[in-house]
Design a binder for this molecule. Structure first.
Ligand code: DGJ
Length: 333
């Protein structure tokens, strides 16, 4: 008969083995667009309408935290960290905020984007701050000294006095940082941030198109801007335009995917440029919204075909990305 001590040691050994098996089982070797995307704890990533900020070799993914059971008076922004873009470690909710501007019970915090200011050495989060009727139409700002620290609410404003709802982020190759925002009366603004990222330096361009989910990438001497039409949570054909300078002139907007697929059911949130030793991959990052079960909203990340003024989002399928070489390939079945 084994004694109690032996049984205890055996149980501890088994638990250890099971835990290590679970950890190794969680290592992902591909991105599967539209599927549940488990984080390091095996839970579906909650970073909707998100943005990505790279700090050295670490990518930080910030987004709307919409898991079930949260305090309905608060709004949350989650932060995840990754070195390979496939495996994401949950760093916690870096924003847990109660209504900062007395906007009422159904106040809105959407589409957080984080910029790093080299000048102030601060991380500055912009987000869409609104009331239930989307009439406040401002950006809110929160700051932190660490990418995964607690962000403190600072202020809200209308960029250059304009209405601002969906926002996007863009960092150019020279390090200059831009905010993209949707202004219902006028269109799609691209504005340069001040060096401390706490305000707007100047307007680069106003594209007189009504587009949400704005994103920009600079690739081989051309700027590509994408956005979606204004159909609430329902997907629509996202489109792109190109320009040699952020100031324009911008080309006509064209579909990024077969029109009938409504961008394969997704909406743009970012264009991520992954430059490695060998290749540069541009990834479309989008949300597949599930408005009635928002916690289950999915992500559509997919490398785009890009070049010579054309951008195309191919049929989504699982892929692998190697951030060191910059190469993305179809994942083996
Ligand atoms: C579309 C926007 O892109 C989302 O962020 C959200 O504001 C929904 N509209 C709300 O209907």
């Amino acid at each position: 008969m084994p004694n109690g001590n032996y049984l205890l040691k055996f149980t501890i050994l088994c638990l250890g083995l099971i835990t290590s098996m679970r950890v190794s089982a969680q290592k992902l070797t591909k991105i599967s667009p539209g599927e549940v995307w488990p984080d390091d704890k095996g839970e579906h990533i909650q970073a909707h309408g998100g943005g990505i900020t790279r700090v050295k070799d670490t990518y930080y993914w910030y987004g709307e935290e919409r898991r079930q059971g949260l305090d309905s008076n608060k709004r949350y922004v989650s932060c995840y960290a990754s070195n390979d873009l496939m495996n994401w470690k949950f760093k916690g909710d870096v924003v847990q905020m109660t209504d900062p501007e007395n906007l009422g019970r159904h106040w809105i915090l959407e589409r957080p984007k984080v910029f790093y200011s080299k000048k102030s050495r601060q991380y500055v989060m912009y987000f869409h701050l609104d009331n239930a009727g989307y009439k406040f139409a401002r950006v809110g700002l929160a700051i932190s000294e660490k990418p995964d620290g607690k962000f403190r609410y600072l202020k809200s404003f209308r960029p250059l006095g304009h209405e601002s709802r969906d926002i996007g982020q863009f960092t150019d190759d020279d390090g200059a940082q831009y905010l993209i925002f949707e202004d219902r009366p006028l269109g799609f603004h691209i504005v340069k941030l001040t060096e401390d990222c706490l305000g707007i330096d100047r307007e680069m361009c106003l594209i007189p198109e009504h587009m949400e989910g704005g994103a920009i990438v600079h690739y081989k001497g051309l700027y590509y801007a994408i956005g979606s039409a204004l159909t609430g949570w329902r997907p629509n054909p996202n489109q792109y335009a190109t320009a040699k300078s952020l100031e324009g002139p911008w080309s006509e907007f064209k579909d990024i995917a077969p029109k009938e697929t409504n961008t394969y059911g997704s909406q743009s949130t970012l264009l991520l440029k992954v430059t490695g030793r060998k290749d540069t991959t541009i990834m479309f990052l989008g949300d597949i919204w599930k408005p009635k079960t928002q916690w289950d909203s999915r992500y559509l990340w997919m490398p785009v075909e890009i070049g010579d003024g054309k951008l195309w989002l191919p049929q989504p399928e699982p892929f692998k990305i190697d951030v060191k070489s910059g190469t993305a390939v179809k994942a083996p079945q």
